[in-house]
Design a protein around this ligand. Structure first.
Ligand code: MEV
Length: 310
């Protein structure tokens, strides 16, 4: 039979990470500079997985990739296909656990590849429901933001119980993404915020409310193309994220360095406590200077993302 192919992009949370878990608005965009391709071939015998995180039989994968194992089993059940005779190869350029959506993207590409192999139509609702199964195992209490932006492949605002809205972006400029090289465990940082909310309810709730308000304001700036004001909101969001304990010394250092080098704004992105930071600027000259400064400050990898592309 034919091979199945499924692809998915990375994602950037521009505003509202963590606050979105508490029903506040977040803003995210697809990150096409990185991505995942899954290829499925027929083999004889039990299902085999080949990927950077795990290579071996699906039945032995419970410890290494519990979410993905469950997702593959559930997707095959949905398609009414026996759980055998497949080789699933996952090829990723998204660094894992860096806030760039690697876990949701793997899930999206795997489900797409299985549906593609068996020539089944896949609508976004079915894809989202299936991917949510794996995300719940990965993150405990996911808002659904990561999977939604990766599935939609467009600039979106998102609220946990209300879903997504497409944003018509008029931003012209550059988004710089820098990887600290440190693993950021989203599950852990989401539960740290939960604990902080119990320990310091008033201060934490205020920061979360403010993060939600900043997302609302950011949507206007994206629509009107006001890069300068959006930058101010991003830097302000970083301070609030610091207040709820999801930044660290490396992220703060990279944010400060970007701002010193003419960035219009800078913040951590995604779960935090490691992972990546982002900055925006309106010229390529500044973008390159910011990248040089971030590399000097220890960033392990950087990307310049042309916002006009979206
Ligand atoms: C992770 O990209 C975003 C978080 O808000 C978690 C979530 O929304 O599930 C930290």
């Amino acid at each position: 039979m034919k091979s199945g192919i499924g692809q998915a992009t990375g994602k950037i949370v521009l505003m509202g990470e963590h606050a979105v878990v508490y029903g506040k608005k977040a803003v995210a965009l697809p990150f096409f500079s990185v991505g995942i391709k899954t290829t499925i071939n027929d083999i004889e015998g039990p299902i085999r997985i080949e990927s950077a995180c795990y290579t071996g039989l699906l039945k032995d994968a419970q410890k290494a990739i519990p979410g993905l194992k469950y997702l593959i089993e559930k997707t095959l059940e949905h398609l009414n296909i026996p759980t055998k005779n497949l080789e699933i190869m996952i090829d990723s350029s998204i660094p894992a656990q860096r806030g760039l959506g690697s876990s949701a993207s793997v899930s999206v590409s795997v489900v797409r590849s299985l549906f593609n192999k068996y020539d089944q139509e896949l609508d976004n609702k079915t894809l989202s429901d299936l991917v949510f199964l794996a995300e719940t195992i990965h993150h405990n209490n996911p808002s659904g933001l990561d999977a939604t932006v990766i599935i939609e492949e467009s600039f979106i605002s998102f609220e946990k119980d209300k879903g997504l809205k497409h944003i018509d972006s008029n931003l012209k400029g550059y988004l710089i993404v820098a990887d600290t090289g440190m693993f950021g465990n989203t599950k852990e940082s989401v539960s740290n915020v939960q604990e902080r909310l119990k320990r310091e309810p008033e201060k934490t709730k205020e920061a979360i409310d403010n993060l939600g308000k900043l997302s609302e304001e950011a949507i206007h700036d994206i629509e009107s193309g006001n890069l300068e004001h959006l930058g101010k909101l991003m830097t302000s969001a970083h301070d609030k994220l610091k207040n709820i304990g999801v930044s660290n010394e490396t992220l703060d250092r990279l944010v400060t360095s970007a701002l010193k080098n003419n960035a219009l704004g800078a913040k951590l992105t995604g779960g935090g406590n490691g992972g990546c930071m982002i900055a925006i600027t309106d010229t390529m000259v500044d973008a390159k200077n910011i990248v040089d400064a971030l590399l000097e400050q220890g960033a392990k990898h950087t990307w310049i993302y042309h916002l006009k592309e979206l």
